[in-house]
Design a protein around this ligand. Structure first.
Ligand code: B3K
Ligand code: ZN
Length: 889
């Protein structure tokens, strides 16, 4: 282990910066084989610093220092010290001008962090600590500065030069070069800095704010993508309006720009006034983009825009506070998406993701709290816990306060902390201050990791007409947190009578009649007693998934079916169906293990039939909801719930149940397919998306019948679709249900899809991902072949995610092949990626870190591969942190 690999940063060591940077002027001279960066920093000692004599220590990595000066005087080698991470100057005054000139190499920067080249353009990614690869700086979020940026570049190759804020000046430099100067009047931390240079085109629009200011909106893309900007522009305008209406937040600069780049480590980045997007998260048109991607693009465009207030105007004091901006902004974008489409369905989809991916993280070696205590590499902490669980925590606060007080709270938060770098504690305190609600116990959601388990038991006393609900909460140990204190768990609840009507929920001595209420579970064990209850009710619990917990109840299958058809809460209806399917599949799994005949509880068939029949009888029913009700719990979710995962048994039982449902309900599945086929041309709106989702969901069942008529129908859909949603769903129906009878057609379609779309990068990515994610055994050779395909590129994160990520995360039965070949494959890829792009390497590693969940034979094989990676000579801190944490837990 190298010394730098093991360094841990602790929250408890936080200290205010010793210096501040009032103004930052950069000159960036871009050339093909190097870039020169000149920085002029107006600095002074921080009056808050406890060390008035402190030396100046600037962050900096992978730069060649050419010159350094203080107050205009060049320093000699003895007047400063340089190491791999810092530039230190011992003697500086109270206020001074620091200058330096460095040489960097964006053209060979494959980490895609700092300044780098994405094919033909230069761009930046600075969050969290990428700015220190551009120049020497106080690269920490609590140092805010006003930036002026001058970019110089070849005029032909890079006609467009962009940075944050407003363009002040541009002109020719002679010798084929030109320049532009940008000035951002808002103080910001370096992680929000951005620069782009390229041969770009743009589409333009404008937005009139609530105070009648005209904002110019521009989306920059390569020429070939000009036809894919309209949707994101619309989404941006909807987000701007929504933030004014719902949060009272107006945009502040006169211009807002988005740039699409192909090589990007994540989805997008909220740089002030100049958001940079992974092209897959912004470019869209019906021919190339699926409904799913449209929805994702809308929410990411909104998410990055919302950061302008929750993140940029009010930023994080340190990276332990990351969820302050990310959890809150995910909560904001979820609210936006709910308002744009179906609230219940959005919630169901978000919860499905949380329960599968975040719960698994919370149960694994990287489990951490929403506000972590320590990290080795901050890039590893852009996690589902920080984002999604963080959003759940804000959501619980918003529910506890109610809409008016919550809005009062956010207004005060934005107002009081505008231009400042603050903590999650500041956020919670503001909420307490406006509401008078005591959130002391609630704060444990920020400090304790792990998913609480909430067991509920019920007792009806007919004589006394009383109903008791007893909750018992516990939380499993997580790394460095063996014991947990009880959480404050809000349980939204209702009680249904035999007719499915809501019953009053009255505590002793109460006169008000409430038919639904939020029970505050705060003790390890707690009983709620309702009085005047004339009959034993069916409890409807955790409505809207009111808290991120694992609820364990003892509902019978009949009660689950009852809730599925009667509850008023969409989430509970859906979840009851999920629980029913899980119970049935678990029973079948046991039958298979015991070598018994496979006999499926017919109540699942009845439930499916009922849902489909209702959707045909009542065309006004929300079809997106119907489609979700027809989805069996995923293999990944079933794995998350299992004590010890048997990937083959899970896959096998789920496939059998799917086939059985299709066989028994083939006529009604077909009727739903046909009822949702239209001759009309493609439109993207909630209703049409729902119709296509439902139709493609049932097509996937029908394909299991191995019936030539349905192969033909799917092929017809593939050929005649006027949109990517239906075209790709038809291909996916073949890829996910391979059988000898459809092999020829399946192969033909796969080849012709590529031939048709090979010039559309984003479609090719979907093509790669559909093949890699298909849940089929023994297809590792196919995955390896895809990596040899002309479309694959190990340096492009999207390609890596679409092939390696899709296979290892979505094809669980393939990845967990008993011979360990999937593990060996992933280790090989991580070793290669570690040298190219550490952030992507460490992300891909995740499935191997979950070895504790598997049988001993698989555990040994997984650990062997982790060891093999660990033995690599030059491990990045990113990969090292994940490895070391997953090995010693
Ligand atoms: N804030 C960025 C994520 C940065 C990740 C850095 N490794 C995008 C977002 O959450 O909006
Ligand atoms: Zn974000």
């Amino acid at each position: 282990m190298k010394e730098s690999q093991g360094k841990t940063v602790f929250l408890r060591d936080y200290q205010v910066p010793d210096f501040l940077i009032d103004e930052t002027s950069l000159k960036v001279e871009l050339f093909e084989d190097h870039t020169l960066v000149s920085a002029v920093l107006h600095m002074r000692r921080n009056p808050q610093s406890p060390n008035p004599q402190a030396a100046l220590v600037l962050h900096g990595r992978q730069q060649e220092l050419l010159e350094v000066a203080v107050n205009g005087r060049f320093l000699t080698d003895t007047e400063y010290q340089l190491d791999k991470e810092h530039l230190t100057i011992n003697e500086v005054g109270d206020s001074f001008v620091f200058e330096c000139r460095t040489r960097i190499h964006p053209e060979t920067n494959t980490s895609l962090e700092g300044l780098y080249k994405s094919r033909v353009m230069f761009c930046t990614q600075c969050e969290a600590e990428g700015f220190r690869k551009i120049t020497y700086y106080l690269d920490r979020p609590d140092v805010l500065s006003v930036f002026t940026t001058r970019i110089e570049a070849d005029k032909n190759l890079y006609p467009v030069l962009l940075s944050n804020g407003n363009e002040m000046e541009q002109g020719d430099l002679g010798a084929g070069r030109h320049y532009a100067v940008w000035h951002d009047p808002f103080r910001k931390p370096a992680y929000l800095f951005a620069l782009v240079a390229g041969d770009l085109r743009h589409v333009q629009d404008s937005f009139t704010t609530c105070t009648n200011r005209q904002i110019s909106l521009k989306i920059y893309v390569e020429e070939k993508d000009l036809d894919k900007c309209e949707f994101a522009m619309g989404a941006l305008k909807r987000a701007m309006r929504w933030d004014e209406e719902v949060y009272g937040r107006e945009y502040d600069l006169d211009i807002f720009m988005i740039v699409a780049v192909d090589d990007f480590n994540m989805g997008a980045m909220e740089n002030k006034g100049l958001n940079i997007f992974n092209s897959s998260c912004v470019l869209a048109n019906p021919a190339t983009t699926t409904d799913f991607s449209f929805g994702r693009i809308e929410s990411i465009v909104a998410h990055e825009y919302f950061h302008n207030w929750s993140g940029n105007r009010v930023t994080c004091r340190d990276w332990f506070q990351l969820s302050l901006k990310e959890g809150f902004t995910v909560f904001r974008d979820a609210g936006f998406s709910a308002d744009m489409g179906s609230r219940a369905v959005n919630r169901i989809e978000d919860v499905g993701f949380l329960r599968t991916v975040q719960f698994a993280e919370d149960a694994g070696p990287m489990a951490h709290s929403v506000r972590p205590e320590s990290y080795m590499e901050i890039s590893n902490f852009y996690t589902v816990t920080i984002y999604e669980k963080g959003s759940e925590v804000v959501r619980m606060i918003s529910k506890l306060l109610g809409p008016e007080l919550f809005r009062k709270g956010t207004d005060l938060y934005f107002d009081r902390y505008d231009g400042m770098a603050v903590t999650t504690e500041d956020f919670v305190s503001v909420m307490e201050e406006v509401s008078g609600i005591d959130l002391r116990q609630f704060r444990r959601w920020y400090t304790q990791a792990g998913t609480p388990i909430l067991e509920v038991s019920r007792r009806y006393n007919a004589d006394r007409q009383e109903y008791h609900l007893t909750f018992t909460q516990s939380c499993p140990p997580t790394p460095r947190q063996p014991e947990k204190k009880p959480f404050y768990i809000p349980v939204a609840a209702g009680l249904l009578n035999e007719k499915g009507q809501e019953m009053p929920m009255r505590f002793a001595g109460e006169s008000a009649i409430l038919t639904s209420r939020v029970l505050a579970v705060t003790e390890p064990q707690q009983t709620f007693t309702f009085v005047n209850v004339p009959q034993a009710p069916v409890p409807s619990l955790l409505r809207e998934f009111s808290a991120p917990v694992k609820l364990k109840n003892d509902l019978t299958r009949d009660e689950l079916m009852f809730l599925m058809s009667h509850d008023t809460d969409g989430f509970v209806r859906w979840d009851a169906g999920q629980q029913l399917a899980l119970q049935v599949m678990q029973e079948c799994m046991q039958q298979m293990k015991d070598g018994m005949v496979f006999e499926m509880d017919q109540r699942l068939v009845l439930a499916f039939e009922h849902v489909m029949r209702s959707s045909i009888d009542d065309p006004s029913m929300d079809k997106a909801m119907v489609a979700n009700l027809l989805l069996l719990p995923s293999e990944a979710y079933m794995a998350e719930l299992a004590e010890t995962v048997d990937p083959e048994a899970i896959h096998e039982v789920r496939e059998q149940v799917r086939k059985q449902l299709a066989r028994q309900l083939r006529l009604i599945f077909a009727a739903v397919y046909n009822a949702n086929t239209t001759a009309g041309s493609y439109t993207y709106n909630a209703e049409e998306v729902a119709r296509r989702t439902l139709r493609n969901t049932v097509l996937n069942y029908l394909m299991t019948l191995e019936d030539a008529a349905w192969f033909n129908q799917a092929w017809l859909q593939f050929c005649s679709a006027d949109n990517m949603t239906d075209e790709s769903a038809a291909l996916r129906a073949f890829l996910n249900n391979p059988c000898p009878a459809n092999e020829t057609l399946r192969k033909e379609m796969t080849v012709s899809f590529y031939a048709k779309w090979k010039h559309e990068t984003l479609v090719v990515e979907q093509w790669l991902s559909m093949q890699s994610a298909a849940p089929v055994k023994d297809n590792l050779p196919g995955i390896k072949a895809l990596m040899e395909h002309e479309a694959f590129d190990m340096r492009n994160p999207n390609k890596v995610r679409c092939v390696i990520g899709a296979f290892c995360n979505s094809n669980t039965v393939g990845f967990h092949a008993a011979d360990g070949s999937g593990y060996h494959f992933l280790a090989d890829q991580v070793i290669t990626l570690n040298r190219i792009n550490p952030q992507i390497a460490s992300r891909q590693l995740t499935p191997l870190t979950r070895w504790r969940k598997y049988d001993t034979a698989r555990q040994a094989k997984m650990k062997e591969q982790l060891q093999r990676i660990l033995a690599e000579p030059e491990l990045s801190p990113d990969v090292y942190e994940i490895l070391s944490k997953s090995m010693d837990q």
